[in-house]
Design a binder for this molecule. Structure first.
Ligand code: LAG
Ligand code: CA
Length: 475
């Protein structure tokens, strides 16, 4: 029983924020499969209300469902099936972001990406169909996060709040989720999970189909479920953890503080523990940023490229939690949507000769960055090991091994580092995957020579933030 349904030699989820289904399918074949990514988290697949701001279709319209028809700017149901089929074939699982706490906000006129309409004044959504009786009354806005009932029955940002305690509503949601599963999805990211009663979610989850064996899943495989439970107020992960995994927002917050110099790296020895108020590793989905936090403050993103890469290296090296990275589009305003053509269709990425997405195409493609892709391999190689040989200089230099499979050292001291450390690794000559990679029989980067006793001299200049080596890069 593997709860994530990922292949045994894979371990990382990549959120392909706003990518189209056909672009994800191609990316599975061209990059994600060959580089052994475990799974893709897609944007919501259900038809959403069209929102037009002055110059953009905001990304957030996709969090306002208008029906459960699978037609969005990412593609239709046929394209979705094309994606699951092609990604599963190269060993990359599809987890879908599912939005069923609510429908749309209030709009004067509501037309969906699949042609459905709604009259939000009357809570009328004929595309499902839902009518007024299927929503929570009286309508209220969530303001007191110390009130568990209000969090579940009032509206999140004015979004029409569905009453999942009604069997009819649950059945509509179950049918929609089962459609995704039958189409080859391997899991779901449950949007706004803390805004729904755990008992209602449990009823929904219990009724989900097993994964579709035509897509290569073992018989009786259950969908992987991970739930969005933000850390504020009285509702905590505890009420949800027995039904599925939980997003652990503290990881990204802490990593940002450590890697931007607000806390000394040595205290990362507490990472993943209760001292930093982090849930048990087995429950946690962890990330440096996601599509929401990268639009907020106090989080590292592609906009701080060098530090962000080091932060991702830490996330991916440390065994805590199920790791997820985010693949973004460039943006300046909060609401700005994905790169689009004049007809509002989403533009595809353009790949240059270095295998990177071009900035002109509008896509950042963090998942293609050399150091990120190599750290994904690192995580796969050290999968299921523990932190060992922890070392720090009492301040901003740290190092640790992953049993005898991998070793990583960070230097944010601002001065050079030159120290003999225990790497835990078998003797050999290893190739640092930040500064280079193994090419045939040579290493294009820094070499780490591990002695018969497992020791190596670790040298990092003031602006080299880390080095990482793992078995398989040695000679
Ligand atoms: C989530 N996780 O639990 C998503 O990760 C997050 O992106 C979603 O909010 C949220 N839950 C609801 O699904 C996003 C934006 C909101 C946006 C909402 C609906 O962060 O800003 O609200 O999606 O599109 C927007 C406007 C609001 C307005 C509302 C209703 O920003 O000002 O009140 O729409 O019209
Ligand atoms: Ca609710």
């Amino acid at each position: 029983y593997i709860k994530t349904n990922q292949l045994s030699d894979r371990s990382v989820i990549v959120q392909m924020f706003e990518w189209t289904w056909l672009d994800i399918a191609a990316e599975c074949e061209n990059f994600l499969g060959p580089n052994k990514y475990g799974a893709v988290q897609t944007s919501p697949a259900t038809e959403n209300v069209i929102v037009r701001l002055n110059t953009t279709r905001p990304w957030y319209e996709r969090y306002q469902p208008i029906s459960y028809k699978l037609t969005t700017r990412s593609g239709d149901e046929a394209a979705f099936l094309n994606m699951t089929t092609r990604c599963n074939k190269v060993g990359v699982r599809i987890y879908v972001d599912v939005v069923f706490n609510h429908m749309t906000g209030s709009h004067n006129e509501s037309i969906g990406t699949g042609g459905s309409v709604a009259t939000t004044q009357n809570n009328s959504y004929p595309g499902v169909p839902y009518t007024d009786e299927h929503f929570h009354h009286p309508e209220c806005e969530i303001s007191d996060y110390n009130n568990a009932t209000e969090i579940r029955v009032c509206q999140l940002s004015g979004l029409k709040d569905l009453n999942q305690t009604i069997p009819y509503v649950r059945q509509k949601i179950i049918d929609y989720l089962n459609n995704l599963i039958d189409l080859g999805a391997a899991g779901i990211r449950v949007d706004a999970a803390k805004h729904m009663w755990p008992e209602d979610l449990n009823e929904i989850y219990k009724n989900l189909h097993n994964l579709n064996t035509n897509h290569g899943f073992r018989r009786n495989s259950r969908p992987y479920i991970y739930q969005e439970v933000a850390k504020d107020g009285v509702v905590t992960y505890n009420d949800y953890k027995d039904m599925g995994d939980i997003t652990e927002f503290t990881a990204g917050n802490e990593i940002a503080q450590f890697f931007s110099g607000q806390k000394p790296l040595k205290n990362l020895s507490f990472y993943g523990g209760t001292g930093l108020d982090m849930m048990p590793s087995e429950n946690a989905v962890v990330f440096v940023d996601n599509h929401d936090t990268q639009r907020a403050s106090g989080i590292l993103t592609y906009k701080n490229e060098t530090i962000y890469k080091a932060a991702l290296a830490f996330l991916l090296a440390h065994p805590y939690g199920q790791a997820r990275i985010t693949s973004s589009f460039y943006f300046t305003d909060f609401d700005e949507g994905p790169p689009a053509n004049a007809d509002e269709s989403i533009k595809g990425p353009v790949i240059n000769s270095n295998n990177q997405c071009t900035q002109e195409s509008g896509w950042v493609c963090e998942h293609r960055w050399d150091t990120v892709a190599r750290m994904v391999r690192f995580r796969n190689e050290v999968h299921k090991t523990q932190v060992a040989n922890w070392w720090d200089n009492g301040n901003n230099q740290i190092a640790f091994s992953l049993d005898n499979k991998g070793f990583i050292a960070f230097n944010l001291e601002g001065t050079a580092m030159n120290t003999t450390l225990q790497t835990g690794l078998p003797a050999g000559t290893y190739c640092d995957i930040r500064s280079g990679k193994v090419q045939g029989t040579t290493c294009s980067g820094k070499i780490v020579a591990v002695s018969n006793t497992g020791q190596a001299i670790v040298t990092l200049s003031a602006d080299e933030l880390y080095l990482a080596v793992h078995v398989g890069t040695d000679s």
